[in-house]
Write a protein that binds this ligand. Structure first.
Ligand code: F6P
Length: 364
């Protein structure tokens, strides 16, 4: 029977992380009599043995608080920057785990965290993960916590941009987070009534976008809201990126690999200001004035929505129950109103992007 567990939060922070820490902790302590400790700043804190007591008092009053009381980092166990080097620090993490006689390590994070947890699982630790990210791109779960809050914030931003765009007869290009998955942009674009929605899954044709805006103007709407994911690309850029990525994958030998890598890096750099470029291009093609709003980390900050608090709490409680039952090496996935353990091997290496035949795309 599990007696001691550790919890860490890794990857980008997300509203609902504290609700999940609280959900796991209160159920583990209250229902199963476990001892709970937290590790600070993700896998780095586990490596450095930096802990935080998580008893009743630390778990109180955090349900509504944004961010994570444990701190987070994007550090990976097997590729950890230490001084001037990047080292495999898995051994140090195993030592910390053993030092506290842990029966399980709970890792709260997205796809990258699931991969890192899977690595620790293969190194012999009992791990269990919960899916969080505002991107909603973790495979094998209906939903991740953090997404609903970000959706609300982004939708409110689009609502507010409407009145100023309307008053000035302008285009406003609003950039939302999401390098690879367009869930947030598509969801907020639909909820906020954006006139054009551009997501990474569906490379766009700038002429088609400009034409749609011109048509709106002809129909009497002199303003347009363009919601764009930070990872959305034009068809031409998507083709160049895909080509550069294939070249990098296929490159053999140090020299060829270096050249292909440099080409990809240059392309990525050139595309860094793509939202600004998109806005400029639309000005030229439509004759309308255009402005850019980048929502950035606003989408990740602050208090979680009720839906995220509920999701994080119930997944957290389900997680404690699974640990009590001795179920490890899984992600606690959201399935309808319930929670289901999914083997980590089925989660890692996959990303849930928007399927092109998804209902939200049809609706848009
Ligand atoms: O958490 C995922 C995410 O929000 C992505 O959508 C975004 O591109 C990225 O994090 C930003 O990360 P950082 O805060 O490390 O710049």
């Amino acid at each position: 029977m599990a007696q001691s567990i550790g919890i860490l939060t890794a990857g980008g922070d997300s509203p609902g992380l504290n609700a999940a820490i609280r959900g796991v902790g209160k159920a583990a302590i209250g229902a199963y009599g476990m001892h709970v400790i937290g590790f600070r700043d993700g896998f780095r804190g586990l490596m450095q043995d930096r802990t935080m007591r998580l008893s009743g008092s630390e778990l109180s009053g955090i349900l509504t608080v944004g961010g994570t009381i444990l701190g987070t980092s994007r550090d990976k166990p097997n590729k950890m920057p230490v001084g001037n080097e990047v080292l495999d620090m898995t051994g140090a993490m195993i030592d910390t785990y053993r030092k506290y006689n842990l029966d399980a390590l709970v890792c709260l994070g997205g796809g990258g965290t699931a991969k890192n947890a899977y690595h620790l699982m293969q190194s012999g630790l009992n791990v269990i993960t919960l899916p969080k990210t505002i991107d909603n791109d973790v495979a094998m779960t209906d939903m991740t916590f953090g997404f609903d809050t970000a959706l609300g914030i982004a939708t409110e931003a689009i609502d507010r941009l409407h009145s100023t765009a309307h008053s000035h007869h302008r285009i406003i290009v609003v950039e939302l987070m999401g390098h690879n998955a367009g869930w947030l942009t598509l969801g907020a674009g639909l909820s906020g009534g954006a006139d054009v929605i551009l997501i990474p899954e569906l490379p766009y044709d700038i002429q088609v976008v400009a034409e749609a805006i011109k048509q709106r103007k002809l129909r009497g709407s002199g303003f347009s809201i363009v919601a764009v994911s930070e990872g959305a690309l034009s068809r031409e850029d998507a083709a160049s990126m895909a080509h550069a990525r294939t070249k990098k994958k296929e490159a053999e030998g140090e020299k060829a690999k270096g050249k292909a890598g440099a080409r990809l890096a240059t392309l990525e750099l050139q595309m860094k200001d793509r939202t600004l470029n998109l806005s400029r291009q639309l000005e030229e093609l439509t004759g309308l004035e255009s402005r850019v709003t980048i929502l950035g980390h606003l989408q990740r900050g602050g208090t979680p929505s009720a839906a995220d608090r509920l999701l994080a709490t119930r997944l957290g409680a389900a997680c404690a129950k699974l640990i009590h039952q001795g179920v490890f090496g899984v992600m606690v996935a959201a399935r309808g109103d319930g929670a289901e353990p999914v083997p980590l091997g089925e989660v890692v290496g996959k990303r849930k992007v928007v399927p092109l035949d998804h209902e939200w795309i049809q609706t848009a």
